[in-house]
Ligand binder design. Structure first.
Ligand code: NOJ
Length: 554
């Protein structure tokens, strides 16, 4: 690898992102819901863990129908989370500690309480009517069906039922890809684009380091509002949205033009990152890096998101062969100059340790942090937190309330962060009631206890993050020889050709049986069991089930 290929120089390339779900991170107000002051109080935790940036899920003014993903003011702070002064203090303190701050931004929809929507629904002739997607009822057929039941087309909401809600006052339907309290903005309207870009500037001017853009691939809808095709694989136990295939509601070509506009805006500021939440197959996902061909010299320019989130490690079967294939296909699909990234958990997905088990979660930690590309960690995964069972009367998530029992409920992965062995695990004041129940076993699983335990999950994450930070090869080097050998997933990280940086071999046993594989000469730098460090390797090496081994090659 030549010097020029060793090109990861931006903080969002070499660094590691940590997602904070603010409701669940740290409460200082005693209402059982986390807040911005709580995040500020925990900045040293991020530093001690060794991450470089925090992404904070929405804290904007909101009726909280979808816990903040229903924004009523893009340029404010909900009193539940604090004040703008609290945010400013948090940003400043984070920057003083060398931490970057990424905000969650929700451009696809607002709250139905947002003044834009209140205006838009006030009359058919309101200037903001076209800021949202309003449609007439479908024509009446022979059977008399009230207009309110004649949906404009078959589009479905991601949270159950049709994506259309009837507005009695103005006798039209409006579109909502999620809750009816989350009307979709009309991104074909230049005034909407301008208003959202201004809101982005509000935060960029304050100095935030970037955005994670919510459901970026859903922004634009078919201009003819054509019916989506039926999904031949739909089964009644599936969510309503699975009845059709999202041909006309997702990944529309015009979306790339909007993303390019966002990128152009971000590029007028220095060193900011644009991240997109995008659930798509790899060939479609990588298009969100953008690829404008410069007319002058025909050089392709990446004019899309810096990091279209790659969720494929979450969606792929936990098998060495399947994961090796995903990594290879992803690397091969990346346009020249595009920087990879990987995600293993977030506030919408069952916890990693619940999906694959505690043992494999250790191997997963090594995988995520040793791959080439920017890793994003979900709060609490560094403690091995698992899904928390939620009794029917404790359900908070609207997705679960709308489609009970269909497995979409997201409360289990949003339980409070576990800080100390004290009442409420230090998440909130001792006599408060956390908004969701604590994970059982918090007395020992908490961060303070784990940080003293040399073999804990926390210690493993901290060690991996430290190694990733200090070794150029690990945060900026190439990846090679990605393959499965039985249950063992193996790959090498490759540094500079001049030998000034170390090369590494990663071995991960994703199976249930001990395995023996071959390894070139080197020294064990870390194992996920946190033992055996310093041992020499040359030839056969034994990898326990669920174990990961990092070897510095001679
Ligand atoms: C994606 C977010 O991650 C999820 O939590 C939210 O419910 C939907 N977008 C709607 O905003």
């Amino acid at each position: 690898m030549s010097d020029s290929e060793f090109r990861a120089t931006k903080w969002w390339q070499t660094g590691v992102i940590y997602q904070v779900y603010p409701r669940s991170f740290q409460d200082t107000g005693g209402d059982g819901v986390g807040d911005l002051r709580g995040i500020a109080a925990r900045l040293d935790y991020f530093v001690a863990l060794g991450v470089h940036a925090i992404w904070i899920s929405p804290f904007y003014p909101s009726p909280m129908a979808d816990f903040g993903y229903d924004v009523a003011d893009y340029c404010g702070v909900d009193p539940l989370f604090g004040t703008m002064d609290d945010f400013d203090a948090l940003l400043q303190a984070a920057h003083e500690k060398g931490l970057r701050v990424i905000l969650d931004f929700v451009p696809n929809h607002t709250s139905d309480q947002h003044p834009w929507f209140v205006e838009s629904r006030s009359s058919r002739t309101n200037a903001k009517r076209d800021w949202y997607l309003w449609r007439d009822a479908a024509p009446a057929g022979d059977d008399w069906v009230p207009a309110a039941q004649r949906m404009p087309n078959n589009w479905m909401s991601n949270f159950g039922g049709p994506a259309w809600t009837w507005d009695e006052a103005t006798q039209q339907f409006y579109l909502h890809s999620f809750l009816k309290q989350q009307p979709d903005l009309n991104w074909r309207n230049p005034a909407v684009q301008k208003a959202i870009f201004e809101a982005m500037c509000f935060w960029l001017d304050k100095g935030v380091d970037g955005f994670r853009m919510d459901v970026l691939w859903l922004l634009v809808k078919d201009q003819y509002f054509r019916n989506n095709p039926r999904n031949p694989e739909y089964q009644p136990w599936m969510q309503d949205i699975a009845q059709t295939l999202p041909q006309f509601t997702a990944d529309q070509p015009e979306t790339h033009l909007i993303v390019a506009e966002m990128r152009t805006l971000m590029d007028t500021y220095s060193d900011r990152v644009l991240i997109g939440e995008i659930y798509l197959p790899l060939p479609d996902l990588v298009k969100y890096y953008g690829n404008k061909v410069d007319a002058a010299d025909e050089t392709p320019v990446l004019n899309g998101a810096h990091l279209p989130f790659n969720f494929h490690l979450i969606q792929t079967e936990w098998k060495a062969e399947a994961i090796a294939r995903i990594i290879r296909e992803y690397e091969a699909a990346l346009p020249p100059g595009a920087w990879p990234n990987y995600v293993l958990g977030n506030h919408d997905q069952s916890r990693l340790a619940s999906r694959i088990g505690a043992k494999q979660a250790r191997a997963a930690a090594m995988l995520l942090l040793m791959l080439r590309g920017t890793p994003t960690l979900y709060y609490g995964d560094e403690l091995g937190m698992t899904d928390v069972p939620i009794a029917p009367d404790q359900v908070q998530d609207p997705a679960e309330k709308n489609e009970p029992g269909k497995g979409h409920g997201r409360d289990p992965e949003r339980s409070p962060m576990l800080w100390v062995d004290a009442p409420n695990a230090g998440f909130t004041t001792p006599d408060a009631k956390p908004w969701l129940p604590l994970m059982s076993g918090w007395e020992t699983a908490n961060a303070a206890s784990q940080s003293k335990d040399k073999k804990s999950m926390f210690t493993l994450y901290r060690s991996l993050l430290h190694l990733r930070r200090v070794h150029d090869t690990l945060h900026a080097g190439a990846i090679a020889d990605v393959r499965a050998e039985g249950d063992v997933l193996r790959f090498r990280r490759v540094g500079l050709e001049d030998g000034s940086s170390v090369d590494f071999q990663v071995l991960l046993n994703l199976g249930n049986d001990v395995a023996t594989v071959q390894c070139a000469k080197g020294t064990v730098i870390l194992t996920t069991l946190l033992d055996g460090v310093g041992a020499g390797v040359d030839g056969d090496i034994v990898v326990e089930a669920g174990e990961g081994i990092l070897i510095a090659l001679d």
